[in-house]
Design a binder for this molecule. Structure first.
Ligand code: BG6
Ligand code: MG
Length: 223
């Protein structure tokens, strides 16, 4: 693990870290699972976190062993329906959907001169940031459409550091998903996990929830 004093930038996941949209993604995917007859489980729900839209659909179809029942066109249709339902939920969002402590944490990063970028797999990230009125905190956003591979591949976190002109070793990545922690670690950044330690086993630094994430608390766990 890097030393805290080496850290110059933070690369953030969005869904489940900045805001509670991971619940909305789950709700919308659950509807798709019901429609195609795939069993919905906590394990599937957790495994979908951080995973791109089409890869998520593939995982849901595989859970019901119905991946060969749909043409590519029908798969795109299912993913579009999911996104339309997801956007209905997103459209009701306000800054009240920012997770506890996140605004203060972002302010403390700015006040202390840390650089900030966003490494979300979501093509809806700019819309969500705008609903939360957080767009100005994230001048650098990795475009998930530009990626060769999604999380758990490190590419998105490598790009998040590059956008800040920092070496990965100078960056902390923040994630709520196992696939995301794997991506951060693979990119050579220090990983901060938010959530269940049984799921985020590989995180360098772990907090049960966002309100515990402060610069001081990160420093304590990094030594
Ligand atoms: C990730 C979410 O941030 O974005 C996943 O954790 C989601 O649940 C992925 O599937 C892609 O999002 P979108 O908005 O492009 O469908
Ligand atoms: Mg997430």
């Amino acid at each position: 693990m890097a030393k805290f004093s080496d850290i110059k930038g933070f690369v953030f996941d969005l869904d489940g870290v900045i805001t509670d949209t991971s619940i909305f993604h789950s709700q919308a995917w659950h509807q798709v699972a019901d429609k195609v007859g795939s069993p919905w489980s906590k394990k599937l729900e957790d495994g979908l976190k951080g995973i791109s839209r089409m890869d998520s659909l593939e995982m849901i179809l595989q859970a019901g062993n119905v991946q060969n029942k749909y043409t590519d066109e029908q798969k795109v249709q299912l993913a579009t329906e999911k996104n339309d339902n997801y956007l209905k939920l997103v459209n009701k969002m306000t800054p009240a959907n920012i997770l506890p402590g996140i605004k203060d944490f972002l302010d403390s990063l700015k006040a202390n001169g840390y650089l900030i970028s966003l490494a979300s797999a979501s093509k809806n990230a700019p819309t969500v940031l705008s609903k939360l009125q957080l767009t100005d905190y994230f001048p650098k956003v990795v475009d998930p459409a530009s990626l060769k591979k999604g999380k758990p591949d490190p590419e998105i976190y490598t790009k998040g550091a590059e956008m800040l002109n920092l070496d990965p070793s100078q960056c902390i990545g923040v994630e709520d998903a196992a696939a995301g922690i794997q991506a951060i670690n693979g990119a050579g950044e220090t990983s901060v996990g938010i959530g269940d330690k049984n799921i985020l086993k590989e995180a360098d630094v772990l907090f049960a929830n966002t309100s515990e994430m402060t610069l001081d608390n990160i420093k304590k766990q990094m030594k």
